[in-house]
Design a protein around this ligand. Structure first.
Ligand SMILES: C[S@@+](CC[C@H](N)C(=O)[O-])C[C@H]1O[C@@H](n2cnc3c(N)ncnc32)[C@H](O)[C@@H]1O
Length: 237
C-alpha cells in the first residue's frame, strides 16, 4: 500500500482560504493536485449563482506557490483554467516552479456560452513538479465531458472526467489535493478510485455541502459492503 503521512487530514474538506490553510500541510506530502480554481471572470450561472474569488486573481500566485510546496517531488498537478486569463495562470504556474507538461481538452455536446464561436469545451493544463514518470497506461488528452447538472455547485465538475486523471497520476492509496474544492467532486472521484482526498474551500456553506456529500458516499459504500454506521445502529435500537 502507498505511504500516506499520518498527519494529513484525509477525505474531508477544510474550511478557509487555501493561502492560509495550505501552509499547515507538510511540504512534499501529496501525490497529486487536481483543481478547478475560479477563472477570474465574475461568472454568474443562469440561476444567478456566483463563485467566491472569481472577481480578481490576486490569490493565484500565492496559492500555486503553496500548491507546489506541498506536492511530492516528481508529481503532477492538473489545473482547469479559463482561456481569457491564460497569461495570468501561466505566469503563476511557471513562477511557482511548474513545468508545462501537457494540455487537456474536455469537449461538450452543448455550448456553455458564446462569443465569436460557441464555447464548447473545458480545458486544463498538466503541470509537472520535477520529472514524473509516464503512467503505465497512457490516457488521451481529450476527455469527453458529461453535464453534472450543477445541483450542488454552479460549476460542478462531473466525476467521470476526474477519475481517469486520478487513476493516471496518483498511485493507488495515494492522496489527491484540491485547494479549490467547491462541492468536493475531486474528493468523491478520489474515493471512487481508491485514493484519498484533501480539499480546501473558502465558502462555509459549500464546505458543509462537500463534507455532507462525502459522508453520504461513505454511508452508501458501507451499506453496499453490508455494514451499517454506528449512528444507524443507534437509531435502529
Ligand atoms: C470553480 S469552483 C470549484 C468547483 C468544484 N470543482 C466542484 O465540482 O464543485 C472554485 C471554488 O473555489 C472556491 N474558492 C475561491 N477562492 C478560494 C480560496 N482562496 N481558497 C479556497 N477556496 C476558494 C470557491 O468558493 C469555489 O467553490
Amino acid at each position: 500500500m502507498h505511504y500516506v503521512p499520518q498527519s494529513l487530514p484525509l477525505d474531508q474538506v477544510l474550511l478557509g482560504d487555501c493561502r492560509q490553510v495550505l501552509p499547515s500541510l507538510p511540504a512534499e506530502s501529496v501525490d497529486m493536485v487536481l483543481t478547478d480554481p475560479p477563472y477570474g471572470v465574475a461568472y454568474q450561472s443562469r440561476d444567478g449563482r456566483s463563485l467566491a474569488g472569481d472577481r480578481t486573481l490576486e490569490w493565484l500566485k500565492p496559492a500555486f506557490a503553496e500548491v507546489y510546496r506541498v506536492m511530492k517531488p516528481n508529481s503532477i498537478a492538473v489545473s482547469y483554467y479559463g482561456w481569457t486569463k491564460v497569461d495570468e495562470f501561466m505566469a503563476a504556474w511557471r513562477g511557482a516552479g511548474f513545468r508545462i507538461a501537457g494540455h487537456l481538452t474536455f469537449p461538450k455536446r452543448y455550448a456553455s456560452s458564446s462569443g465569436l464561436v460557441r464555447y464548447q469545451h473545458e480545458q486544463a493544463y498538466l503541470l509537472a513538479k520535477g520529472s514524473p514518470r509516464p503512467p503505465e497506461h497512457l490516457i488521451g488528452d481529450v476527455i469527453e465531458w458529461q453535464y453534472s447538472g450543477n445541483a450542488l455547485h454552479p460549476t460542478q465538475k462531473p466525476t467521470s472526467v476526474l477519475t481517469p486523471l486520478i487513476e493516471s497520476f496518483c498511485p493507488y492509496g495515494g492522496t489527491v489535493l484540491d485547494p479549490f474544492a467547491g462541492s468536493g467532486s475531486t474528493l468523491v472521484a478520489a474515493r471512487l478510485t481508491g485514493r484519498h482526498g484533501i480539499g480546501i474551500e473558502v465558502e462555509a456553506k459549500m464546505q458543509q455541502t462537500a463534507n455532507a456529500r462525502l459522508q453520504r458516499m461513505r454511508s452508501r459504500m458501507l451499506e453496499n459492503l453490508g455494514f451499517a454506521e454506528p449512528a444507524a445502529y443507534a437509531q435502529a435500537a
